[in-house]
Design a protein around this ligand. Structure first.
Ligand code: ADP
Length: 437
């Protein structure tokens, strides 16, 4: 039970930490990407300005007569270019002129590509080039020169930025995975810490219930034997006192049963008693309980039937479990079936093997049934659908809680189907293989 709560808490803490880690990592990556892209755009703008200034300077010199009026490449000063910058200039006479950079070899491809693609984006377009197996990425932009100077394309090599981003992406992804593992471990650790006070108060409550039930048993047994003693001389008592004695007897019996149930639950909670697992013949055990409970059914005017076994192999009626607990489980469900079935009704015990070969025991009754919305709650402690009726029948709402503990000890499942006024079917599916408790 605690392990399940710890796992749920781990999932909760882990998810929160995980989301925070992923958000921080994504934010950091996007910030870095944004900064790098901003720098690239800035660089492209600088290049644009440098080129415009060069052109204006050249025009000025031509106007002043310092420079002859032509557009030939030899007249263009490329000295302002950095090594990762490239300019392709197409003069009005359609001759491409390429800046003498280390990218000169690929300039034609860049020019072809740029002329085919419209330079629509303000911040430049990306041009990818595989140069002898190495992938290069450029940010390209174009501009038309004043005074009919032609058009030029400028590009900056952003491959190193892209490589940097790729490396950082990989590092971030790996560190996120590592951090997520650490977060899960931390969540598990803190969930364990959070469980300490819960476990303590739970242990105190179990201890209290065990002690209280234990302490109550002795005085109740004394009262019970005293009432039984008084029962022997009941005839000499006046009618009213006889009546009181009867209800005293009923209440004491109910109290003893209640205290026994509480003690069983408290023991099961504290797991103080290791249970002994052995091979149990389900058919044989059910037959014994059927015989033991038959008189109860007869008194209530209920037909009790034992059917089966409907099994492919006789051997499948054997399960591994604690015989006393298995008997108690069948008894609780059978007792309920008889308790909640009116006189004239029928209770049937049958066996079968499930599709995957598990021994399955079914107890069906034609009783009052359980409303659909209450079905999920009947295994809760002290839960009774009709409190008055259940109390009248001697129930305290603890029988099915004990049954649930036994089922969990045996890793068995129970399926309950019921229809109000028509009856209920409790189907217990046991494990066919050996279980460890
Ligand atoms: P109780 O001791 O009151 O019977 P249980 O834990 O055994 O407590 O059962 C819980 C409640 O489930 C009962 O009070 C009853 O309302 C309902 N219940 C259990 N078995 C049946 C059944 N076979 N038919 C109808 N109601 C049932």
């Amino acid at each position: 039970m605690f392990e399940r709560t710890r796992k749920q808490l781990t999932l909760f803490f882990g998810s929160i930490l995980g989301v925070v880690i992923i958000l921080i990592t994504a934010f950091f990556y996007l910030l870095l990407q944004e900064t790098l892209q901003h720098n690239e755009i800035q660089k492209l703008d600088d290049l644009k300005n440098k080129m415009s200034q060069q052109w204006e300077h050249r025009m000025e010199e031509q106007t002043k007569g310092i420079r002859p009026m032509d557009h030939k490449i030899k007249n263009v000063e490329w000295i302002f270019l950095l090594t990762d910058e490239l300019i392709v200039w197409v003069s009005p006479d359609q001759k491409p002129q390429i800046s003498p950079t280390r990218y000169a070899a690929m300039s034609n491809q860049l020019l072809n590509w740029s002329q085919r693609n419209e330079m629509k984006r303000e911040n430049g377009e990306r041009f990818y080039e595989d140069e002898s197996g190495e992938r290069k990425i450029f940010l390209v932009s174009s501009q038309i020169l004043k005074d009919d100077g032609g058009k030029y394309w400028m590009a900056i090599d952003i491959s190193s930025n892209e490589a940097l981003l790729r490396t950082i992406r990989l590092i971030l992804m790996l560190s996120t995975v590592v951090l997520l593992f650490i977060a899960i471990w931390l969540a598990y650790f803190f969930a364990g810490k959070a469980m300490v006070p819960i476990k303590k108060s739970y242990a105190r409550q179990v201890e209290f219930t065990t002690n209280a039930s234990h302490e109550l048993r002795t005085p109740l047994s004394v009262i019970h034997s005293s009432v039984e003693l008084l029962e022997e001389c009941k005839d000499v008592l006046p009618e009213f006192e006889q009546h009181i004695l009867d209800s005293l007897q009923d209440e004491v019996t109910r109290m003893i049963r209640l205290v026994e149930s509480l003690l069983t639950l408290a023991r099961s909670d504290s797991k103080s008693l290791p249970i002994q697992i052995e091979k149990v013949d389900l058919v044989q055990v059910s037959h014994q309980i059927y015989q033991a409970i038959q008189p109860l059914a007869l008194v209530k005017g209920i037909i009790l039937k034992l059917q089966g076994p409907i099994m492919e192999h006789e051997l499948t009626s054997f399960i591994h479990g604690n015989i006393d607990q298995i008997k108690q489980l069948i008894y609780i469900i059978l007792d309920n079936a008889i308790k909640y079935t009116p006189s004239g009704g029928q209770v049937t015990i049958s066996y079968r093997t499930s599709q995957d070969g598990r021994p399955t025991l079914q107890i069906a009754d034609t009783g009052i049934g359980i409303p659909k919305d209450e079905l999920a709650r009947i295994f809760e402690r002290f839960y009774r659908v009709d409190k008055a009726r259940s109390r009248e029948l001697g129930g305290a709402g603890l029988g099915l809680s004990i049954a649930a503990d036994i089922l969990s000890n045996h890793r068995a499942y129970i399926h309950v189907t019921s229809e109000e006024g028509k009856g209920s079917v409790f189907e217990i599916e046991f494990q066919s293989e050996r279980i460890s408790v």
